[in-house]
Design a protein. Structure first.
Length: 693
């Protein structure tokens, strides 16, 4: 599989596709699975959006104009879907439209039912919506969720703090202007963003800009006033972050961690963990620009931008460290800036021109590219304000127009398809219920004890696991040599980059289960059953067979026939009592027996046990045949339905290619063959002897 992150950067036009696009296109032709990720799919326009779909399915998306025409035709469909969802009655025109769109079957009964306000009417409307989704052009390739669709995101609150420009900076900027008169406009504008750097260039390494910069005094006061809050501070340069950490530590004893590109991955993880820790952790994390990429700190809601990035995408990335799923509070954005500097110009452009602080800005990049030169001019000469108000107004108007265009073009069918609807909500609820299952915690802690893994309690619902010298296996799969930090709390794991979330699917749990199931321990046992209703010395043999089918992974055969235990409880007459005697209640009545006595009993009843094993083979074969038949029926039904659905769609939707139908039919045949070849094996045996004492 090839995964391309930030895929909106793949620019394309029929005349001149970008080099990046050509490279990805060549790879996509040779890699069977391709996943493109982007938060702003239409950022570079419809052409580039079409081109990315073309990477995923060149047979389907081969003509740009055809794609545009198709997009236009989805709007009336989306309107009809909106009406179906609100429960309003469909007009004759809308019914005719739906009839035209769903040609391959008679939907008159559904349309009539949809116009009746009842439970059946709701079901009919949902079925019509599902049909429209199926026939929707890009929904089988494109999944898009928006903040409006997902909901539950916090508000953003901007606090911009204007501060006087120190005379030391004024002098340094003036000298830099004289000395840099031959520099190009872009270089001069970018230099003006960071006056502390200009000052340091002239004064040398020993320049103590932090002694007079009012932003530093404000930051110390802010941190002292918010002692109980975690605060993320982002600067453009690593040197600024390091110098600020030293000042905070030396002057006020504020616990701070630093995160920058000069650190190794392990050092960055440690800094992030120090900041995330509730007890004895850092109050503030000082990041260079790299801190605004790929790290999640949604446990904090205070973001201080010590300076501003020269790019609206980077600004969104900075805010996105806190503004993400899992954030429970409104986000406070504090931006201290020096008056009459490029920072002041940029702040107003971001806020008044793009509304980029308090809302996400999907239009930022296109407006930035269009007005780049004008913006540079104002930043290079921040005291020259002629026409600046008009410039901000123009950018804002263009931003609003582009945003409205994107909103109107957004396909409501696509959004419904992406969020999963009712089934998506049910799935999330099921996962939530599993998260709260205490059985996993009990099982995991017992497993760690049995395997011999050291456990050390840490604060914040965390456990540290480390290998011991007494483990059942010398190298436990999934457990690093230097150990790892785990939690059973999903929220905790989301906010802690260094912490692993333990679920039934986690490699440590799965490998532990495999270790238990594949080992000899527990596969044979002898127990005593105290039961006065049965004659003393009665022998019961409990057998567990496992029915399993082997198949290539891509068939996902466990959907229909997972490894399935078959339990038999047989007496000496050959009666199978398993359906009458439930396992858990039976298990609680049994008592352990010492090894010496167990060995004597086994030797005494060997012939009887061999006889029972022979009788069990016919019984397990019968049960296995029933399970195999049920699995084959389920697989045949599921794949046949999918095949019939695609065949019906093919009549009206050019998305469906013959090879897709062939793949499903081949998958069906392979599944039926592999399920039919399932085998069973004896996995465990327990001898139970009845006693009255």
């Amino acid at each position: 599989m090839m995964i391309v992150d930030e895929a909106h950067h793949l620019q394309w036009s029929e005349a001149a596709p970008s080099r990046e696009y050509q490279v990805i296109e060549t790879l996509a032709e040779n890699i069977p699975s391709v996943l493109l990720l982007t938060a702003t799919p239409e950022q570079l326009g419809q052409e580039s959006h079409f081109a990315r779909l073309r990477l995923l399915d060149p047979n389907r998306f081969h003509d740009y104009q055809e794609f545009i025409d198709e997009q236009a035709n989805y709007r009336p469909v989306a309107d009809a879907v909106a009406l179906l969802l609100t429960g309003e009655k469909l007009t004759n025109d809308q019914q005719n439209l739906l009839n035209d769109l769903i040609k391959e079957q008679d939907i008159e009964p559904l349309l009539k039912a949809a116009n009746v306000d009842s439970e059946d009417g709701n079901a009919a409307r949902q079925e019509l919506v599902s049909m429209l989704m199926d026939r929707h052009g890009t929904s089988r390739l494109l999944f898009r969720n928006t903040r409006n669709g997902v909901k539950g995101f916090p508000r953003r609150e901007l606090h911009s703090l204007k501060m006087p420009l120190p005379t030391q900076y004024q002098t340094a900027i003036k000298v830099a202007g004289i000395m840099g008169s031959k520099k190009d406009l872009e270089t001069r504008a970018k230099e003006m963003l960071y006056p502390e750097q200009i000052y340091q260039e002239f004064e040398g390494e020993n320049a103590t800009w932090w002694n007079f910069d009012p932003r530093v005094e404000w930051l110390m006061g802010y941190l002292m006033a918010n002692r109980n809050e975690k605060v993320l501070v982002i600067c453009a340069k690593a040197a600024t972050a390091l110098q600020l950490e030293q000042v905070l530590r030396e002057r006020e004893g504020i616990r701070a961690a630093v995160f920058h590109e000069g650190l190794s991955l392990l050092e960055r993880d440690r800094a992030a963990a120090y900041f995330a820790s509730e007890e004895d952790g850092a109050q503030v994390l000082l990041c260079s620009e790299i801190g605004s990429e790929g790290r999640n700190f949604q446990f904090a809601n205070q973001l201080v931008m010590f300076d501003l990035p020269f790019n609206p995408d980077l600004l969104e990335q900075r805010i996105g460290r806190l503004d993400r799923i899992g954030q429970t509070r409104d986000i406070v954005l504090s931006v201290p800036y020096l008056e009459n500097t490029a920072q002041a110009v940029l702040l107003r452009w971001y806020h008044e021109g793009l509304d980029a602080f308090e809302h996400t800005c999907p239009t930022g990049r296109s407006i930035y590219d269009k007005y780049y030169q004008q913006l540079l001019q104002y930043m290079a000469e921040p005291t020259v304000t002629d026409g600046f108000e008009e410039f901000l107004k123009t950018c804002r108007e263009e931003h609003e127009a582009l945003k409205a265009q994107l909103e109107q073009g957004r396909d409501r069918l696509l959004e419904m398809h992406s969020n999963g609807g009712e089934s998506g909500i049910q799935l999330a609820e099921t996962i939530g219920a599993e998260d709260n299952d205490t059985e996993l915690v009990n099982f995991a802690l017992n497993l760690f004890d049995i395997v011999g893994i050291n456990q050390e309690d840490k604060s914040d619902n965390l456990l540290i696991l480390t290998p011991s010298d007494h483990m059942l296996v010398p190298d436990f799969p999934g457990l690093p040599q230097d150990g790892c930090t785990i939690t059973f709390d999903r929220e905790q794991a989301l906010s802690r980059e260094d912490t692993q979330f333990i679920s039934w699917e986690h490699p440590i749990i799965r490998n532990g289960l495999d270790l238990v199931l594949s080992g000899d321990t527990g596969s044979c046992a002898v127990s005593l059953l105290k039961n006065k209703a049965l004659p003393v010395g009665t022998l019961l043999t409990e057998l567990v067979y496992v029915l399993e089918a082997q198949a290539p992974k891509h068939l996902q055969i466990s959907r229909f026939l997972p490894a399935t235990p078959i339990r038999l409880l047989i007496d000496l007459k050959g009666n199978n009592l398993s359906s009458q005697v439930e396992f858990e209640s039976f298990n609680r009545q049994l008592n352990a027996i010492n090894r010496h006595m167990a060995s004597k009993l086994v030797n005494a009843v060997q012939n009887e046990v061999h006889s029972v094993l022979k009788m069990s083979e016919a019984m397990v074969e019968k049960e296995a045949e029933t399970l195999i038949a049920n699995a084959k029926e389920a697989a045949d039904k599921a794949l046949s339905l999918e095949l019939a659905r695609l065949e019906a769609l093919k009549a009206v939707n050019p998305n469906i290619r013959d090879e897709e139908l062939d793949v499903i039919e081949e998958e069906r045949q392979q599944l039926l063959t592999n399920i039919g070849q399932a085998t069973w094996r004896l996995d465990a045996i327990r001898l139970v002897v009845v006693t009255h004492q």
